[in-house]
Write a new protein. Structure first.
Length: 444
């Protein structure tokens, strides 16, 4: 048992066969699976309103060809207002066929990013090198987010009725659930079945045996992060990704292309990605700190540290991409050696090329390294050998001791950033931008 259901990962052109065994309580009745966007052949079971269904203890087989790459969903097609609410949903990811992966996704900057990862001991955990059969859908990392909500009243009534009908015979009078699903008052809002702060814990954390997937994206500056987003509930959830917009590649497995030039993408840049019920989307998130207006690597030519003196040689786009093994690979060179505060706010002691900022400018918190710079020795590089520590004395980032940047990703519906009206909770997480020397482990 898990929520969401297992993520199915297949390859474009493959024939997919899913065998469904109905092990729900007898009173729950039939169940089924819908695979939107595919021509499905269903055999066995019994006839249902939307597809063939598996009766209690019965089976049904679904077969289809994975015709289109991208992110898709699957969910119950039987009494969906109750069964989807109870957790019968999941993700289906179709990877581009190997022959259709564009060549440029393995060359140029894509290859340099792999060199950078390997130099610091990281592995390539991508499912593919591109999201679609298109040269402009390359990516470096990927994360899956399934948004849903839960009305505890519905679950309480379902549990009470299942308990009261335990051992009943299918089809017998009274052996069926009669759970009202309206009015609908959800109090729990979840990403991959978890709420903040649980969604920041690792995948397959032992304390969440029924909710294996976290919602904790990491990246290094300059990497293209593929976001696979699915609206799995009944409500629309406006999800805001801080630090940059998201370029939408496609919806429901359909790549959005220019009507006048099929080589160009036409998906919008979204300030907030709206997770419409039943809809999936793929998008690219990108962070480089371009235009930040201070050197986020804390370079200080007067320092004795070699890292503090690293050069920045701009490429045609202004980034330090010619040195993939350097800590400041992909630095925006226009900000190289710029101090954060030339004239500090208020009465702040002077330091290296910059002083640590006043709380009116940057604040400290559990996911913040205590410095406006990237890297484990960033504070030392910026201020001298004594360094500083976060006022809280704790850093909750993973890996521990990390001094990265944390950007809150959250629902723009204030109610949805709570768990049963308790804040913080619900649909919140942090995008952690890590310095290169921190290994992002996505092995699970």
């Amino acid at each position: 048992m898990q929520v969401p259901g297992p993520t199915m990962i297949v390859t474009e052109g493959q024939t997919v066969t899913v065998n469904l065994l109905n092990s729900l309580p007898t009173a729950a009745g039939n169940t089924s699976i819908l695979f939107p966007g595919f021509n499905v052949t269903a055999t066995g079971g019994v006839v249902g309103l939307m597809t063939r269904e598996a009766a209690p203890a019965g089976t049904v087989t679904y077969t289809f060809t994975a015709t289109t790459p991208g992110t898709h969903s699957y969910y119950s097609g039987t009494q969906g207002d109750l069964q989807v609410e109870m957790g019968l949903y999941g993700a289906l990811i179709v990877l581009p066929a190997a022959a259709n992966v564009p060549a440029n996704c393995s060359t140029g900057l894509a290859a340099s990013n792999l060199v950078a990862e390997a130099h610091w001991g990281e592995s390539d955990f991508r499912l593919s090198k591109s999201a679609y059969d298109h040269a402009k859908t390359c990516y470096d990392r990927e994360y899956l987010f399934q948004f849903s909500e839960m009305d505890p009243n519905i679950h309480s009534q379902a549990l009470a009725q299942v308990t009261a009908t335990a051992g009943c015979v299918a089809g017998a009078p009274g052996c069926s659930l009669q759970v009202p699903t309206e009015p609908y008052h959800p109090a729990y809002f979840m990403i991959n079945g978890r709420s903040m702060p649980d969604d920041m814990d690792p995948n397959y954390a032992l304390e969440y045996p029924h909710q294996p997937y976290n919602g904790n994206p990491h990246m290094h500056p300059g990497e293209l992060v593929l976001l696979r987003i699915i609206g799995q509930g009944r409500w629309q959830h406006p999800f805001h990704e801080h630090a940059n917009h998201v370029r939408i590649l496609g919806r429901d497995g359909n790549l959005i292309l220019s009507a006048s030039d099929a080589t160009e993408l036409a998906g919008p840049l979204m300030f907030t990605t709206t997770t419409t019920p039943g809809q999936t989307m793929d998008g690219i998130f990108y962070y480089t700190a371009k235009g930040l207006n201070w050197d986020m690597y804390g370079h200080n030519p007067a320092s004795a540290s070699a890292n503090a003196k690293l050069p920045c040689t701009p490429d045609a786009n202004g980034y330090n991409t010619g040195a993939p093994t350097a800590i400041n690979y992909y630095e925006w060179c226009q900000d190289h050696n710029k101090p954060l505060q030339v004239a500090p706010f208020g009465d702040v002691a002077a330091g290296g090329p910059a002083t640590l900022p006043d709380a009116n400018i940057l604040t400290n918190g559990a996911w913040y390294g205590g410095s406006p710079y990237l890297g484990p020795d960033a504070t030392v590089r910026a201020t001298g050998p004594t360094g500083t520590t976060p006022p809280s004395g704790t850093i909750a980032n993973s890996p521990s001791g990390e001094a990265g940047f944390a950007f809150m990703w959250h629902s723009h519906n204030e109610r949805e950033i709570t768990t049963n009206n308790a804040f913080p909770g619900g649909m919140m997480m942090m995008m952690l931008v890590d310095s290169r020397e921190f290994v992002i482990d996505e092995s699970n």
